[in-house]
Design a protein around this ligand. Structure first.
Ligand code: PLP
Length: 398
């Protein structure tokens, strides 16, 4: 593609310094929106299982509190990095209830504008160019994006079913170069693997030995099934000092668009990330933070509702996909079914073909890194009563 065409397409390549954007991994299925539009124009319906957004109702407390908060002029001011004190306190209270941890709301909590931005920006707080970073492959985009833009040497650890999709602590011990940052995420997107507390402790120990910062992405901590309880860094010996843990209101409370999350952990790192963020943003809207606080102050009933809904979807999804001949197991955590592509096609070809033939959107595993090739992710994004149809459509297309 020549540069003038790239500029017209608006993908920014024509404006980027040589190599910068070219070095980013390509996005498989960039043509999905066009295919979807074409199918809709033909009068067909599309079932989108590609995005991790269940579309369940947000907690009432969020909506009611926001309604009032938008009318409060004090909350229309800049939030800056520390944000609304009530939000930080509510986060500390939530962490105390969930992990039995005493967290200082001023020094050990940092409000973030959805956890994605801050997960990426942590790289700028921790890394010098040329430092090494270990990330899971497949994995969430900012684990690569932050370190890549910070000029780090990114090692992708290929997650394997035989290893329970865990990064072995020895891979941390043996990683090449000056290892400064390790990203892990359990319950895991996209593989839906969960990690036990013993494993997390071993990772903490390995990072301490290597003097590497651990970034533990715990976005799915409250989305677990069959009695599994996800552990947190604050429960580990040395966990608070070794790095940062990120939480998000996106999945736990179905508030994806509200862009509310937080980091907790080592005070020095919280300070460093706060400092970096002063150069990138000026905080989330404080009315939203106040609404988030109202939810976090009374969180448990909603979490039960959410798990009940997602649990029903999970059961319907597993049964419909098995009936369609797909080899799926019920996830113990997250919103995702992760399974092998049936037959010989690449993940991308399989998903494109399936979309055209059945109108069902799935995410090719390769969209989340080369280690995801050969796999597909389906998200619990549609109501319980629609899975049978999704399964039937897939079966017909296969
Ligand atoms: C692994 C992982 N971490 C974090 C998030 C949450 O992102 P945010 O808080 O920016 O909505 C997601 C959302 O998809 C995710 O999959």
């Amino acid at each position: 593609m020549d540069d003038s065409r790239a500029a017209l397409l608006g993908d920014g390549r024509a404006w980027a310094p040589p190599g910068r954007l070219e070095g980013l991994p390509p996005y498989p299925l960039a043509d999905v929106p066009d295919i979807k539009a074409r199918l809709l124009a033909e009068g067909r319906t599309v079932m989108d299982l590609g995005v991790g957004d269940p579309g369940l109702p947000v907690p009432e407390a969020a909506v009611e509190t926001l309604r009032e908060a938008v009318g409060n002029p004090a909350l229309s001011k800049y939030g800056f990095q520390r944000g609304a004190p009530r939000y930080r306190q509510a986060i500390a209270g939530w962490l105390s209830r969930r992990f039995d941890a005493d967290v200082d709301p001023d020094l050990e909590v940092l409000p973030v504008i959805g956890s994605k931005e801050a997960i990426a920006l942590t790289a700028f707080a921790v890394l010098d160019p040329g430092d090494t970073v270990l990330i899971p492959d497949p994995g969430y985009a900012p684990y690569f994006g932050g370190p890549y833009f910070a000029g780090a040497d990114v090692i992708r650890y290929g997650l394997r079913a035989e290893e329970g999709y865990l990064i072995p602590p020895d891979a941390i011990r043996r990683a090449r170069g000056r290892l400064r940052l390790v990203y892990i995420n359990y319950p895991n997107n996209p593989t839906s693997a969960v990690a036990e507390a013993d494993y997390l402790q071993e990772v903490v120990d390995a990072c301490r030995e290597r003097e590497a910062v651990l970034l533990f992405d715990n976005a799915y901590s409250e989305i677990t099934f069959d009695g599994f309880r996800a552990p947190g860094l604050l429960e580990m010996d040395g966990g608070r000092e070794v790095g940062l843990e990120f939480h998000s209101m996106s999945k736990t409370y179905n508030m994806t668009g509200w862009r509310l999350g937080w980091a907790t952990g080592d005070r020095g790192l919280i300070g460093a990330l706060r400092r970096v963020k002063t150069f990138f943003d000026t905080g989330a809207f404080m009315a939203l933070q106040t609404a988030g606080a109202a939810v976090l102050e009374n969180p448990d009933e909603y979490i039960r509702f959410n798990l009940d809904q997602l649990g029903r979807r999970r059961a319907a999804a597993v049964s419909a996909f098995r009936d369609a001949g797909l080899d799926v197991t019920a996830p113990r955590g997250t919103l995702y079914l992760w399974f092998r592509v049936p037959g010989q096609s690449t993940s991308e070809d399989f998903c494109r073909r399936l979309l055209i033939d059945s109108g069902v959107v799935l995410l090719p595993g390769s969209a989340m890194g080369p280690g995801g090739e050969g796999f597909v992710r389906a998200s619990l994004a549609i109501p319980e009563d629609r899975w049978e149809e999704a399964g039937r459509r897939i079966q017909e297309a296969l």
